[in-house]
Every structure is written in structure tokens, then in C-alpha cells.
Design a protein around this ligand. Structure first.
Ligand SMILES: *[C@@H]1O[C@H](CO)[C@@H](O)[C@H](O)[C@H]1NC(C)=O
Ligand SMILES: *[C@@H]1O[C@H](CO)[C@@H](O)[C@H](O)[C@H]1NC(C)=O
Ligand SMILES: *[C@@H]1O[C@H](CO)[C@@H](O)[C@H](O)[C@H]1NC(C)=O
Ligand SMILES: *[C@@H]1O[C@H](CO)[C@@H](O)[C@H](O)[C@H]1NC(C)=O
Length: 268
């Protein structure tokens, strides 16, 4: 199996295998190819790769990465500080529709771990057609360098949003416009261009303690793998969830939430 560095032309001029954006881009591009064809070996990885779906370890040969999927839309974040990536796959026209958020861990030119949150029918407000339709309207182009936020500011914006769910006196830094795609439901269907992201305090206080971040300063991207307490009647202490953000000048522009439910629509 070739290493990512060999797949990444931009790296051939570099002496050592540091974690560059080019290396991470070759990883997300190989991931898309592997998932499209259902062949995990097209993604250069260590032999004892850790493969996790919805917080459960699965043999990769039995995982979704071993099944070909029609991918209608994807975009990726590349975090050169932690050497991880975040990819969103919108698979609305696949015979079995999915929306997937995946984190890759890269070390020494190979993927060492794959963590996917895989949503389908019955998960929170799931609608892959809606997800595809509304995410197609978004712009994820690089933010001009002088306007880029630091990692700390990008992470703080997402953290404050999650914190505000359990404590309404905390004000999340919503921008205008701001929209959220929650499962496949969209907050600005009337296309007002206003801030439609506001999340009121939940009927019961809770704190989201488990959070893992992928941060891409170039596109103002933040992916959080978080536990979501309260929402799932069957798992009140927390179910698997992810939130993908675009942050512009410290303010939230887009939110995509994926939440896995044990029973249909989390029993709500
Ligand atoms: C894979 O094996 C190597 C060498 O034995 C070990 O250092 C590493 O921790 C293992 N990685 C995983 C993800 O299990
Ligand atoms: C899913 O989203 C599409 C596009 O917004 C919409 O036309 C359709 O009615 C939605 N389906 C359901 C079941 O809500
Ligand atoms: C909610 O946030 C406010 C403002 O930071 C803080 O003073 C208060 O202690 C928080 N409440 C709880 C229950 O954590
Ligand atoms: C946008 O928000 C402003 C301020 O709240 C409000 O006056 C206006 O009516 C909203 N626009 C639309 C199209 O809803």
C-alpha cells in the first residue's frame, strides 16, 4: 500500500513527514476514494488501525467503509496542529441514504484511527435530501488571511454554543446570517438571511463534558465530536453526536448537527 506522502505530490519535495496540509488533504481525498469504492485499503493505514462507528469498535471489514457509497457532496477540515481531519459525507442518492462525519488520525504518513458518526433513517431529524439540498447552498472557501481567527477563538465559539444549551444565560456568538442544518432540518427555510441559529435553553440543565475538536483556521472550520445528554430518551446521560461549524470573524455562520438515536427520533 503506498503511503500518503507518495499519494501527495506536494510532499515529494519535503524531507520529513511532518503533518502538512498537503498530507492531510491526501488523506481526506483517499478516504473519499476508499468510501466511494468500499475498499478501505485505498486509504493508506497502519495494519492495526482503530476503526470506530458511533462510538463502537468494529472490524473494518464489517464496517461501512467496506461498502461502496454514492457520495453526493463532501467537504473536509484539515487540522495540522493535531494531525487530524474531519469529513462530512452527504449520501442522499445512495440506495440507503446516510449523512456521515468522520475523523481521521494521521501519523507518519498513515492513518492510525478512523472515527465515524453514521446517521441514517430514525436518527435525529434525519433527512439526507434536506441535508444535501441546504449544504449545497454553503460557501466553504478559504477565509482571507488577515481575517482568519485563531484556534482558540474558533473553539470558543463552538464551546459557547454547546454550553448555552444547558445554561441560557450564556450567549453564543451567532453571526448574521447564521443557519443550522439539524439532521436534515433547516432553520432558514424562508431565506431571511437573518440569524436563525439561536438555541433556547433546554428544559433540563446539562453539561456536555466529552468533546473532541478538529480545527481548520484556513476555512474557519470546527468539528466537535461530543456526547449529547438529555436528547435521547433511551440514553439520557448522552448519545453520540457531532457539530460542524463555520466560524467567520469569531461568529457562527453555519452549524451542521448529526445526532444518533437508539429509537426513532430519540423517542421524541
Ligand atoms: C499499533 O501497533 C503499534 C506497534 O505495535 C503500536 O505502537 C500502536 O499503538 C498500535 N496502534 C493502535 C491504534 O492500536
Ligand atoms: C426532506 O428535505 C427535502 C428538501 O428540503 C424536503 O423536500 C422533504 O420534504 C423532506 N422530507 C421530509 C420527510 O421531511
Ligand atoms: C450559567 O452561566 C452564568 C454566566 O457565566 C454563570 O454565572 C452561572 O453560574 C451558570 N449557571 C450554571 C448553573 O452553571
Ligand atoms: C430579520 O431580522 C430583523 C431584526 O430582527 C427583522 O426586523 C426582520 O423582519 C427579519 N427579516 C426577515 C425577512 O424575517
Amino acid at each position: 500500500m503506498p503511503s500518503l506522502a507518495i499519494l501527495s505530490l506536494a510532499l515529494t519535495t519535503q524531507a520529513s513527514a511532518s503533518c502538512t496540509r498537503a498530507l492531510l488533504k491526501s488523506a481526506t481525498s483517499a478516504y473519499i476514494t476508499a468510501q466511494t469504492s468500499g475498499q478501505p485499503n485505498l486509504l493508506p493505514h497502519i495494519s492495526n488501525l482503530s476503526y470506530i462507528e458511533n462510538d463502537v469498535h468494529v472490524p473494518i471489514t464489517q464496517g461501512l467503509l467496506s461498502q461502496p457509497l454514492t457520495i453526493d457532496l463532501h467537504h473536509s477540515l484539515h487540522d495540522t496542529t493535531t494531525c487530524t481531519t474531519f469529513t462530512e459525507l452527504s449520501c442522499a442518492t445512495n440506495p440507503h441514504p446516510y449523512v456521515i462525519h468522520t475523523r481521521l488520525f494521521v501519523a507518519d504518513d498513515r492513518v492510525t484511527s478512523i472515527q465515524s458518526v453514521i446517521s441514517d433513517a430514525g436518527d435525529w431529524l434525519f433527512n439526507a435530501t434536506g441535508h444535501l439540498y441546504w449544504s449545497s447552498t454553503e460557501t466553504w472557501t478559504p477565509i482571507p488571511e488577515p481575517l482568519r481567527d485563531t484556534r482558540a477563538i474558533i473553539q470558543a465559539a463552538g464551546d459557547l454554543y454547546l454550553d448555552s444549551w444547558g445554561n441560557g444565560s450564556l450567549k453564543a456568538p451567532y453571526g448574521t446570517p447564521c443557519h443550522r442544518i439539524e439532521g436534515g432540518a433547516y432553520t432558514d427555510t424562508r431565506r431571511t438571511g437573518n440569524n436563525t441559529c439561536f438555541m433556547p435553553e433546554f428544559p433540563q440543565p446539562f453539561k456536555i463534558t466529552k468533546r473532541d475538536y478538529v480545527i481548520d483556521e484556513v476555512v474557519g472550520g470546527l468539528g466537535i465530536f461530543n456526547d449529547f445528554p438529555f436528547i435521547d430518551m433511551m440514553r439520557p446521560d448522552g448519545t453520540t453526536s457531532t457539530n460542524l461549524f463555520r466560524i467567520e470573524e469569531g461568529r457562527i455562520r453555519y452549524i451542521h448537527e448529526v445526532t444518533i438515536c437508539q429509537t426513532r427520533n430519540c423517542g421524541r
